[in-house]
Design a protein around this ligand. Structure first.
Ligand code: ACO
Length: 344
């Protein structure tokens, strides 16, 4: 077996000669979210587009979404979500070593939205950066934050997903503009010592993938080097075809790396793009919808914000409890996709 494969095949419980090795784990100690005040019901789109509430509900599961008002930006929403997470964790910005912010819709070309959040929180130490993997952004951000904690670079990391996709919609394209929404969600990860087994709290395993050959399925037709902002373009049915298969596979791979199986999962907290993708993925994994946190009906697809929003809402609803085994999975433009297994 090649060395790389052999290392990957090592059990995550790190046992050596029967003795357990202590492991730095990235444990969730706070959650928060922010949704802009403006709520738009499906029926609103009937006034300007050849569409219907019935079509949108049946094909996507979406009933309403929040859109940023004039004063909302990605960094302002991210800051509001971060403040809620800090309050939940009973911490202040001074306790945070790093901010990792997943977004494809930063306020400015640079600096990063993360450093703008850092300033808005009054945080004058540590470091902050953005991660861009479109709808898979939060999974990528979690993996980065986990690596920072595991390597000892940071003890507490604020991980945020925040988006203003309403700013890149083509409002004449009924096949995309009815699907997206704006918002932000945040988690605080803290280094805690685990026993190195999959009974530990915190992030247990991760799996990331991308395949740039699929760029044309989902992209924005503008950017800095083409001197425009552009609009989101998506071949939705093609993305759909990739989604269920790739999501079930990445979730299963991540579980396998943690020495766990689908039956061990308490909650799938999926990227909230389409209820049919969410149902199809759960079914392929052999899990019931009773094990899935669903917010797509109220938020639409908020891209990198959807998973932290769902985690925060799922906790508020009393669905997610300490000790629960959670799998998050997402796919988006790139294509980029991945999964994270964590114990709450
Ligand atoms: N209202 C009414 N009819 C519509 C609408 C609408 N809003 N949008 C499209 N239609 C029509 C189409 O024009 C088409 O008509 P035709 O048959 O006459 O050509 C028909 O409905 C069927 O269109 P499909 O695209 O095949 O519909 P589908 O059942 O696939 O649903 C959807 C479309 C909801 C976009 C679905 O494909 C989907 O969710 N795809 C995945 C999206 C996703 O997961 N994206 C990844 C993350 S996003 C990111 O990374 C930024």
């Amino acid at each position: 077996m090649p060395l790389r494969q052999a290392i990957r095949a090592l059990p995550q419980n790190n046992t050596r000669k029967g003795r357990q090795r202590l492991t730095r784990r990235a444990v969730v100690v706070g959650t928060g979210h922010y949704l802009p005040e403006r709520v738009v019901e499906n029926a609103e789109f009937e006034k300007t587009l050849d569409t219907s509430d019935e079509w949108i509900r049946a094909r996507s599961g979406i009933e309403r979404r929040h859109f940023a008002t004039e004063g909302d930006t990605t960094s302002s929403m991210a800051t509001a979500a971060a403040e809620a997470a800090l309050k939940d964790a009973k911490l202040t910005a001074d306790d945070i070593d790093a901010i990792v912010l997943a977004t494809s819709t930063a306020d400015l070309t640079f600096p990063s939205a993360a450093t703008m959040v850092q300033a808005q929180l009054g945080m004058t130490r540590g470091f902050a950066f953005d991660v861009q993997a479109v709808c898979a952004g939060f999974v990528y951000a979690l993996c980065n934050a986990n690596a920072l904690i595991a390597s000892g670079q940071a003890d507490r990391v604020l991980v945020i997903g925040a988006e203003t996709f309403s700013r890149i919609m083509d409002w004449t394209d009924r096949s995309t503009c009815v699907l997206f929404g704006d918002g932000a969600g945040a988690l605080i990860l803290e280094a805690q010592t685990g026993k190195g087994s999959n009974a530990d709290r915190g992030i247990l395993s991760t799996d990331l993938n991308s395949d740039g050959r699929y760029k044309d399925l989902l992209y924005v037709d503008g950017g800095v080097s083409t001197q425009s902002t552009g609009h989101l373009r998506m071949q939705g049915n093609q993305v759909f075809r990739h989604a269920v298969e790739k999501l079930a596979k990445t979730a299963t791979t991540a579980l396998d790396r943690a020495g766990l199986a689908a039956q061990d999962v308490d909650w799938i907290v999926p990227h909230q793009a389409n209820i049919r993708i969410i149902q199809g993925t759960a079914k392929k994994m052999g899990l019931s919808m009773d094990n899935v946190v669903v917010t797509v009906q109220d938020h639409g697809n908020t891209s990198a914000a959807s998973i932290p929003l769902a985690l925060s809402v799922g906790k508020e609803r009393g669905q997610i409890k300490p000790g629960d085994l959670i799998v998050t999975e997402a796919i988006g433009g790139g294509l980029a996709w991945g999964a994270v297994v964590l114990r709450w």
